[in-house]
Design a protein. Sequence first.
Lengths: 112, 111
Amino acid sequence: DAMVIQNPRYQVTQFGKPVTLSCSQTLNHNVMYWYQQKSSQAPKLLFHYYDKDFNNEADTPDNFQSRRPNTSFCFLDIRSPGLGDAAMYLCATSSNPNQPQHFGDGTRLSIL
Amino acid sequence: DAKTTQPNSMESNEEEPVHLPCNHSTISGTDYIHWYRQLPSQGPEYVIHGLTSNVNNRMASLAIAEDRKSSTLILHRATLRDAAVYYCILTSGAGSYQLTFGKGTKLSVIP
């Protein structure tokens, strides 16, 4: 019963070529988050949506953007990926900021 | 954000209890203590959280020191599936949207 679904599990793109990662949820949660996890490091919050309100972390790179067209879907857009953007990207949801977060299994992004 | 300190790694034998420690000496009165774990090739998974009192759920128990400067996650009977990185995280208030993951403790379970 997948509740937070990230497709694809693996994504390959070329240096500088825009890429979009997708996340969908069946939980009807109000909050959706995007994290970046580089190899052997802990997840790092990039931004989150509380309903339609977008909240960007201060140190999130400018070429990272997000869209949330409806409750169920959220997208991470990387405008011009560099080699340093190769990482696992994790999507999570919570019913509200006071509740535990439910994570997807991530999309591993490789940059050629 | 108040910081946490955890051992880099721990080992446990299968079917034995595991006590995972976390120090948070700069915790403030309204900080909640959360535990998440991350199995290999998976996203993190919520385990438990608490404020002052010890907490139990189907996955684990959380024991919080009286001065709240440390806590211990207790897995009552380790299984091979419990091998993961365990993260102890403090959040301001109950809101968990500001999850700041530290390095965590890598737990190995020996058959």
